[in-house]
Write a protein of this length. Structure first.
Length: 368
């Protein structure tokens, strides 16, 4: 078994500011293994590779722990890590290294702790700023069924004395993690990590269907599956305001009118969505069919009261959206180099911020 200890530099917060010697035998001033409390027991506490994740809140430096042959060792009863807290009267610390997100992630993958302990560990990881480790833990461990318990354990940890030791980026990561957990709990908001059912709301009696969601959410698939007959005219704003080939005569005609009205600036739909939306409706007002406007840019609407008909929002998890976009790019450009794929992947990571605007749209729609 590999034993580990985490501290701030060479000073242990758990041992009341004790400064350790490195690569030397540290001998406890107090040692009473029969005592009932850590204070009375004395000695030095440490953990193992399978449980140290829970205690990363207690430092920024990780050490290997060696126990001298003549040392006494006891296993401490701890419900958070039942087989992961030990005390000894003698200890040697070696191989100090900064705890990075990569190290935290490796320790997470090696961990074997009670399920509830991971929820408290998540809070510690967030406070210490280990973002990627938090993301993987949430993906693996948290869902709609256990979110209430997760939030209870998370908040209990934060509100206790265990939450000291915030890293320089800890507040930012903590706020992000809280946002992600609240998204999972919400019945309304799109979640980064879990899929949710389609959201729909009838706003007016007009024969208009507004369909939106992030790139890769499946909004175009949805419109093709459920609105693919002569009763509907589907307008894809990527075609109308971009350079993609038109799927029908209405898109082609509207594209030409958009060029005349707004020029070839593709960003106009993002910067002035309201005017573009009203212009499309005006151009299509005489169409004797239900008009379906498929666009990811509804998140940029300033006045939700201009929206007509019904709005449908596809609430696929953003992790899934992102992966679909990458897969779609690889299929479309099968000869793309590793560098090109990486460049596109980094560009599409913006989706992890963009969806916040759709969530704000959902909140505004609920107030109508």
């Amino acid at each position: 078994m590999k034993y580990l200890k985490v501290m701030f530099g060479n000073v242990s917060g758990a041992d009341k500011g004790l400064e350790y010697k490195i690569n030397e035998v540290n001998i406890a001033d107090k040692w009473n293994p029969n005592a009932n409390t850590p204070e009375e027991m004395g000695g030095f506490n440490y953990s193992n590779e399978e449980n140290i994740l829970r205690w990363l809140i207690r430092g920024d430096t990780l050490y290997d722990v060696l126990i001298p042959d003549n040392a006494e060792v006891i296993k401490v009863d701890n419900p958070s890590t039942p087989d992961g807290v030990f005390r000894s009267n003698k200890i040697i610390l070696s191989n100090p290294r900064e705890v990075t997100d990569e190290i935290a992630l490796d320790l997470y993958r090696k961990s074997k702790m009670p399920e509830k302990t991971y929820y408290k560990a998540l809070a510690g990881l967030a406070i210490r700023g280990y973002k990627n480790t938090c993301i993987e833990l949430i993906k693996d461990k948290i869902n709609k069924e256990n979110i209430d318990l997760v939030l209870s354990e998370f908040n209990d940890f934060v509100n206790s004395k265990n939450s000291s030791g915030t890293a320089s980026n800890g507040n930012e990561v903590y706020e992000e993690v809280m946002t992600w957990l609240n998204e999972i709990k919400s019945n309304l908001l799109i979640s980064r990590f879990i899929d949710k059912d389609i959201y729909s709301k009838v706003l007016t009696s007009d024969r208009v269907i507004n369909i939106t969601g992030e790139s890769g959410s499946g909004k175009s698939y949805y419109s093709k599956k459920y609105m693919n007959d002569d009763n509907y005219v589907v307008i894809d704003t990527d075609v109308v305001f971009g350079n993609a080939k038109a799927n029908n005569k209405y898109e082609e005609e509207l594209h030409n009118k958009v060029l005349t009205k707004f020029g070839s600036d593709n960003s106009i739909l993002c910067t002035n969505f309201d005017e573009c939306y009203l212009f499309m409706l005006e151009c299509l007002k005489d169409v004797d069919k239900t008009v379906v406007i498929d666009s990811a840019q509804y998140r940029n609407v300033k006045d939700v009261n201009i929206l007509k008909g019904e709005i449908i929002i596809v609430r696929t998890s953003i992790e899934t959206c992102y992966q679909r976009c990458i897969n779609r790019y690889k299929e479309r450009y099968s000869d793309a180099s590793t560098e090109e794929i990486e460049k596109y992947s980094n560009k599409k990571r913006a989706v992890f911020k963009w969806y916040y605007a759709i969530n704000r749209l959902l909140e505004r729609l609920e107030k109508i």
